[in-house]
Design a protein around this ligand. Structure first.
Ligand code: ATP
Length: 232
């Protein structure tokens, strides 16, 4: 069962850290714009972009982790508060977010973590490993994404009803356990479609930062069918 609201009362004294995980194959402006709007609107001290190693719920990314991390580094360079974080790539076996949050809590013992999720990812939360523990480790911030609405019924509807806060300040005054839903500018960019478009000879310009586009062309990492498509 999900813990009650005792975590709301533990006060935070350290930095407020946004955690934005994903396959980032490749990172694109949908991820970056969401990270920036949440950084500014929620008053986060930083947003950590964490490419996942072996995701538990989907096919392994076709692009090697170090190359995805390189693209994330290139994408966040120069933006104050944006951090490329490669910790999940050092792990063996499936990457579980709960372990990533624990490792961040160890590194930032006085900090407060906000797990930043698109609505599509949030809808699958109950399928995540040890998902109830997420609320002991972090707040959850759900960014609206094109085509997705906050659930009003079912386990997630109840979760939102019990834990939702409309006040971003609540994320600073407690360590974990709240759910905050924030509408962000909607950029309907999908990494899957990006990869397919590049394979078909398209140019990803204006969908990804130029520095990421340069890496894509230099390495030709999407020139061939990736693992996902081979499986399909
Ligand atoms: P794929 O198409 O391969 O599934 P993706 O573009 O959805 O990739 P991921 O790297 O798997 O990207 O997603 C990481 C996080 O970014 C998730 O929380 C997801 O909801 C969010 N996200 C993905 N695309 C967008 C977008 N266009 N706008 C805002 N958030 C997004």
């Amino acid at each position: 069962m999900i813990e009650g609201p005792r975590h709301y009362t533990e006060r935070s004294s350290g930095p407020l850290i946004g955690v934005l995980g994903g396959t980032f194959d490749p990172i694109h402006y949908g991820h970056l714009r969401t990270g920036l709007e949440l950084l500014q609107r929620l008053g986060l001290d930083e947003v950590r972009f964490i490419p996942c190693g072996t995701p538990p719920h989907r096919a392994e990314p076709g692009t090697p982790g170090p190359l995805r991390l390189r693209m994330v580094r290139a994408a966040v360079a120069g933006q104050r508060g944006f951090v490329a974080d490669g910790r999940e790539l050092e792990r063996h076996g499936p990457c579980y977010t709960v372990d990533t949050l624990r490792s961040l809590r160890e590194e930032f013992p006085s900090g407060t973590l906000c797990l930043l999720l698109g609505m599509d990812a949030f809808l699958y939360l109950p399928t995540w490993d040890r998902w109830e523990q997420l609320f002991e480790l972090a707040h959850i911030v759900v960014a609206h994404r094109p085509g997705w609405e906050a659930p009003q019924t079912g386990p997630l509807g109840r979760l939102i009803a019990a834990r939702r806060t409309a006040a971003a300040a609540d994320l600073k005054s407690s360590r974990a356990g709240r759910v905050h839903v924030e509408a962000v500018t909607q950029l309907e960019i999908s990494a899957t479609e990006l990869r397919a478009g590049i394979r078909a000879g398209g140019d990803p310009r204006y969908l990804v930062p130029d520095a990421v586009r340069d890496i894509i062309f230099e390495t030709e990492c999407y020139a061939e069918y990736d693992r996902e498509e081979r499986k399909g």
